[in-house]
Unconditional design. Structure first.
Length: 302
């Protein structure tokens, strides 16, 4: 009898589904962190497959900076409604007010660093012991230091030296009271894998991922969407360009890329031809320092 050979997407999918089921088995109150971006959309598809014919056994949680792209928010609400999954949204704006925090200033006042406060408050509010996220190891250097089950202490902090071995697809979710685990089911995927999977599965995406005309501010090599959240100075170059987004986040620090790719096949070809990571090409806040992401993660950022 001929043996069925899994292709690489089947293997990635199988591993991710296994991780999803481990989360459901090992934790009492897991949640899936969802932003309306392609990676978290992929996680939802994997969760649907993992627990089919049942429903996804945990809520979707969005930590909303208030600086989101409208297309991503519209998609988030539409998807949660269609799937009948509980959607929990908590706002950085509310945290700023309740904790007397200082809203970032400057030309591109990203609230990404403040998300950690809101996330930790949300974890405490609902008693989540595991938060599933769409981080991939090819995104940024600090991501590659984490295990698939990444333990956070009672203060929500991450210690890169306090990582557990993960051998033979065995994941240790044992934690002490107050600790929680961040789980990364697509940790072994790279950007092109996500796009090939989206293509194979026929997954709908927010329109922002495809080529469109948008008014942008030219800031060095970055094209930043004009919005009420950034400061427009005299002399700034504001132009309309044909662009798309490789990643979706806070509008103040997420840049577009010039592109005519308006189908998934076009996007796959485009990504195969570039040697710049999506965060390196599009995330202004990651340019602050070599350890920008790692510093945020140590204080509770996802």
């Amino acid at each position: 009898m001929p043996q069925y050979k899994l292709d690489y997407l089947d293997q990635l999918e199988s591993e991710s589904i296994h991780i999803m089921r481990e989360v459901a088995a090992q934790f009492e109150r897991p949640a899936l962190l969802f932003s309306g971006g392609k990676d978290s959309i992929t996680l939802v598809q994997l969760a649907l497959k993992a627990f089919k014919p049942g429903k996804i056994p945990f809520p979707l949680v969005h930590i909303d900076t208030g600086h989101n792209f409208p297309e991503a928010i519209a998609y988030r609400d539409k998807l949660a409604n269609e799937l009948g999954v509980k959607l929990i949204v908590r706002y950085v704006e509310d945290t700023i007010k309740s904790k007397n925090l200082k809203d970032p200033a400057g030309k591109f006042p990203s609230r990404n660093a403040l998300q950690a406060y809101t996330l930790l408050d949300t974890i405490e509010e609902f008693g989540f012991d595991a938060c599933i996220g769409g981080a991939r190891r090819d995104e940024e250097k600090a991501r590659a230091k984490e295990r698939i089950f990444s333990v956070r202490d009672e203060f929500g902090a991450w210690d890169p030296k306090r990582q557990r071995p993960e051998l033979w697809n065995l994941y240790n979710g044992k934690i002490h009271k107050g600790e929680n685990v961040r789980v990364f089911p697509i940790s072994n995927w790279v950007e092109i894998d996500v796009w090939n999977y989206i293509k194979r599965e026929g997954i709908e995406l927010p329109s922002i991922y495809f080529s469109h005309d948008r008014e942008v501010l030219v800031h060095g090599e970055f094209l930043v969407a004009t919005s009420p959240f950034i400061r427009i100075d005299e002399g700034d170059s504001i132009v309309t360009r044909r662009v798309r987004y490789r990643t979706v986040g806070d509008m103040t620090c997420t840049a577009a890329v010039e592109s005519t790719a308006d189908t998934i096949d076009d996007i796959v070809r485009e990504i195969n031809e570039t040697n710049i990571s999506e965060r390196g090409e599009t995330r202004i806040d990651d340019q602050v320092s070599e350890a920008a992401m790692e510093d945020r993660k140590k204080t509770g950022y996802f």
